[in-house]
Ligand binder design. Structure first.
Ligand SMILES: [Zn+2]
Length: 363
């Protein structure tokens, strides 16, 4: 069974208001799930609007991450109060937790992304982390959310950094799916890969303009946030399991194993993973275009103030065995790195990262 998209999608400037009657049809007693202080006013608005519709509404916050500790605690709140749905309002971690909890309790989930940092509002997937933010695994869920509310005025209030992060994560779709899945003889997978190529082109053309002027009245901003939050999800929906991630996400997952005082966003780490994936393609797959692609991406990523190496993610790979740890996790048995059409071992990862971190890249 493949779940391609959410049951209903509301998008645009008044998406939240327009979605309320549909939400009312779905639920009588929702739990609103959130996390960060930054989004508390928006969640308060969602709470009050639903309360005004005579819904028996309650709210809870994640304490850490999309982790088993928070998931168990929130599940108990839902069971104790007989909530009949989860409304996840926040970034990727909140959306993933809400979807996972709703799926495991067999109740519907409504996703309300509050930034463009992720396509988690769309997908039937949750990434599980430890409470310190170390990646554990991704879990395929029974279906996409019942309702996705992609409200532009909510998204516009997010920090600009979340937009850059969403762009990097969405860009990775093309670079990862085209190398892992282009040999798959399945029309839908091929079409999903083609959509991810158009998505990449649109982000390269409009992403910079969107980042510099993050307002609803900027068409580039509107196109870019919808590319990150909707189209990237559609690629996953149509491509399904076969439209796979590869080295960029495998390296992201490995980097999260190193706990740092400052947390970086998912797409910020994936962006660095993407540059490293291209170096691997150059070294192991004799890809002569990879160096040009890296140079092109570096210019773009700097325009968006994205980190471009692991050091900028607050990690010195030459200390504390960090390089070993990253290489080990990247190459573990279940890693997506093995979806690459060529063999990769720990020494390759060590070599590529060591060279990359030592290089003083000039653009
Ligand atoms: Zn991602």
């Amino acid at each position: 069974m493949q779940s391609i998209s959410p049951g209903n999608i509301f998008r645009g400037n008044d998406a939240w208001e327009t979605s309320i009657p549909k939400i009312k049809e779905l639920t009588k007693s929702p739990l609103i799930l959130g996390r960060s202080f930054h989004t508390s006013n928006l969640r308060k608005k969602i709470f009050i609007d639903l309360k005004n519709q005579s819904l028996d509404v309650n709210a809870a916050n994640l304490q850490f991450d999309c982790c088993y500790e928070d998931i168990s605690r929130i599940k108990e709140i839902i069971l104790k109060n007989n909530h009949d749905s989860v409304i996840a309002a926040g970034g990727g971690k909140v959306l993933d937790s809400g979807k996972f909890i709703a799926d495991s309790l067999n109740i519907p989930c409504v996703t309300v992304p509050l930034s463009a940092s992720t396509c988690a509002g769309w997908t039937a997937l949750s990434n599980i982390y430890t409470k310190d933010g170390q990646f554990i695994k991704d879990v395929a869920l029974g279906s996409c959310p019942k309702i996705l509310v992609y409200d532009h005025k909510f998204i516009q209030s997010a920090p600009s950094r979340t937009l850059a992060s969403g762009i990097a994560d969405a860009l990775a779709k093309w670079y990862e799916s085209s190398i892992t899945s282009s040999t798959i003889n399945d029309g839908l997978v091929q079409q999903a890969i083609q959509i991810s190529r158009v998505l990449r082109d649109q982000l390269l053309i409009e992403g910079g303009k969107a980042y510099k002027n993050q307002f609803e009245n900027n068409p580039s901003w509107r196109n870019t946030v919808e590319a990150c939050g909707l189209t990237a999800g559609l690629v996953g929906g149509i491509g399904g399991e076969k439209c796979r991630t590869a080295a960029a996400h495998a390296i992201h997952n490995a980097i999260t194993q190193i706990i740092t005082p400052n947390k970086f966003l998912h797409g910020e780490i994936v962006g660095v993973g993407l540059l490293l994936q291209l170096r691997l393609e150059e070294m192991k797959n004799n890809n002569k275009l990879a160096d040009q692609l890296i140079k092109q991406l570096l210019v773009f990523m700097k325009e968006l103030n994205l980190p471009t190496n692991i050091e900028q993610l607050g990690i010195n790979v030459f200390e504390n065995n960090n390089l070993e740890k990253i290489a080990h996790f990247t190459c573990r048995d279940k890693s997506e790195i093995h979806f690459l059409p060529f063999e990769i071992n720990k020494c390759d990862i060590v070599e590529v990262i060591a060279n990359f971190e030592q290089q003083k890249i000039k653009t």
